[in-house]
Design a protein around this ligand. Structure first.
Ligand code: MN
Length: 376
C-alpha cells in the first residue's frame, strides 16, 4: 500500500531579483538580495549584511547524517530548487506527494527594520508565490510571509492572502527587538484574524534571528543549530503562558524544522509549573497548558524518533514529517531510506504512521484533496 506523504518543510528559491524588481523605487535600496563577495555569498539589505555563506564547490545533499545509513545512494543535485517541473520529478523519486513551500531569500524578511519596507517585501513575495504555484495548489501549499513590525500590517496582509486562498503564513520564530514578545496581548488581533480566516501560522527555524552564528567556540556548529529548537520552545511557551493561544482557541501554530520531541516535555513541565506555582500565575488560562498545546500546536521533524515515542503526551496529531528539500541538511535525496527506518522498533499503528507522514500536515494546511477535508 502506498501512503500519502506530505512534507511539512520545503523551500523554493525565489528569482534572485524578486525584491529589487518588485519593490517601489523609493524602497529598492533596501531590497533583500544576494551577491558574491570574495568566497562568500552575502545576503544584504542596503548596507546591512544579513547573512554570509561560504561557498563550497559541490555543496548540497550532505551525506553525513547517520540516519541515512551506509547503504544510502550518493547525494545528487536537487532539480527543483527554483522550478516546479524539477521539483515534481524529485518528489516522485523521493515518494513525496505534496508539500508546503517556504521561502529562501524571503526567510530574511525579518531583518528589515522599516515597517513599510517589510510590508512591501512580504507583498512582493506573497504575490509572486501565489502566481508561481497557481495551477498546482493540490500539490504545493503556499505559505505567505507576514509583516510584523506593525501588527496591523500583519492583520491586513492576512486578509489579503486569504482572498488568494492561502492557508498558511509565516511569523518569526524569534520575536526580534522592537516587536512584541509572543506573550504580549498585542498579538491577539493577529491570532484572531488567522483563526477566523483559517490560516495556520508557521514558525520556521532561524527566522527572526539576528544571526545563526551565536556560539563560536568548541562545538559551535552543533550548538548553534541544535539551539534553534529552543527558539520554537520559547515561542510556544510564550504563546501558551501569556494566553494568546488560549484566548484564540481556533488559532493553530506549527513549529518547523526544530524537531518535535521537546513539545511533550514542554507541555508536561508547563502543566507542572502552572499548578505548583498557581499562586503566581497570571493570566489564568481556561485550559491546562498541555491541553492548549495538544489542540493548537504542531511540529515538523526530519529524524526525531523520540517525538514518535512520546506521542502519548502530545497526541500523534502534533507530529508532521518534513524533508527540508532542497537543503543539504534535509533528507533529499535519501527520503525513502530515512522514512524506511523512522518507525523501526516503535509500536505504532498504520493510521498513526499515515497521519505523521502526511495526514496531519495535509489537514492543518488544508490541502485541497477530498480525503483531507476537515469540518470547519
Ligand atoms: Mn526548512
Amino acid at each position: 500500500m502506498s501512503r500519502f506523504i506530505f512534507s511539512a518543510d520545503g523551500h523554493i528559491t525565489e528569482p534572485p531579483t524578486i525584491f529589487l524588481d518588485g519593490l517601489p523605487a523609493s524602497m529598492k535600496h533596501l531590497a533583500i538580495h544576494s551577491e558574491k563577495r570574495d568566497d562568500y555569498l552575502c545576503t544584504v539589505s542596503g548596507e546591512k549584511v544579513i547573512f554570509r555563506l561560504r561557498m563550497r564547490p559541490g555543496a548540497g545533499g550532505g551525506d553525513a547524517l547517520s540516519m541515512r545509513g551506509p547503504d544510502a545512494p550518493p547525494a545528487r543535485k536537487a532539480l527543483g530548487a527554483n522550478n516546479i517541473e524539477g521539483r515534481l520529478k524529485d518528489m516522485k523519486d523521493e515518494g513525496i506527494d505534496a508539500e508546503i513551500v517556504f521561502p529562501s531569500l524571503g526567510l530574511w524578511t525579518y531583518a528589515l527594520e522599516d515597517a513599510d519596507v517589510e510590508a512591501a517585501t512580504t507583498q512582493v513575495y506573497n504575490d509572486w508565490n501565489n502566481g508561481f504555484f497557481s495551477g498546482h495548489t493540490n500539490t504545493f501549499v503556499r505559505c505567505a510571509i507576514l509583516p510584523v513590525r506593525d501588527l496591523s500590517n500583519a492583520v491586513s496582509e492576512l486578509k489579503r492572502i486569504a482572498v488568494m486562498g492561502f492557508t498558511a503564513a509565516m511569523l518569526p520564530s524569534i520575536t526580534m527587538a522592537g516587536i512584541p514578545a509572543y506573550n504580549d496581548p498585542a498579538w491577539d488581533p493577529v491570532f484572531a484574524a488567522a483563526a477566523e480566516l483559517g490560516i495556520a501560522f508557521v514558525l520556521h527555524t532561524g527566522t527572526g534571528a539576528e544571526t545563526v552564528v551565536v556560539e563560536r567556540g568548541p562545538g559551535a556548529a552543533v550548538i548553534n543549530y541544535t539551539r534553534q529548537m529552543c527558539d520554537g520552545q520559547n515561542a510556544i511557551m510564550a504563546l501558551v503562558a501569556g494566553g494568546v493561544l488560549d484566548r484564540n482557541p481556533k488559532a493553530k501554530v506549527a513549529v518547523i524544522e526544530s524537531g518535535a520531541s521537546w513539545l511533550g516535555a514542554l507541555a508536561e513541565r508547563m502543566d507542572e509549573v502552572y499548578l505548583a506555582h498557581a499562586v503566581f500565575v497570571r493570566p489564568r488560562l481556561s485550559r491546562m497548558p498541555s491541553e492548549i498545546i495538544r489542540a493548537q500546536v504542531k511540529c515538523s521533524f526530519q529524524y526525531d524518533r523520540a517525538c514518535i515515542m512520546a506521542r502519548a503526551v502530545t497526541g500523534h496529531e502534533a507530529l508532521m514529517w518534513g524533508s527540508d528539500y532542497p537543503h543539504a541538511e534535509g533528507t533529499f535525496p535519501h527520503t525513502p531510506a530515512v522514512l524506511g527506518k523512522l518507525f523501526d522498533g516503535i509500536d505504532i499503528s498504520e493510521r498513526e504512521k499515515a497521519d505523521i507522514l502526511g495526514g496531519n500536515a495535509a489537514r492543518l494546511f488544508r490541502l485541497p484533496r477530498p480525503e483531507f477535508a476537515v469540518a470547519a
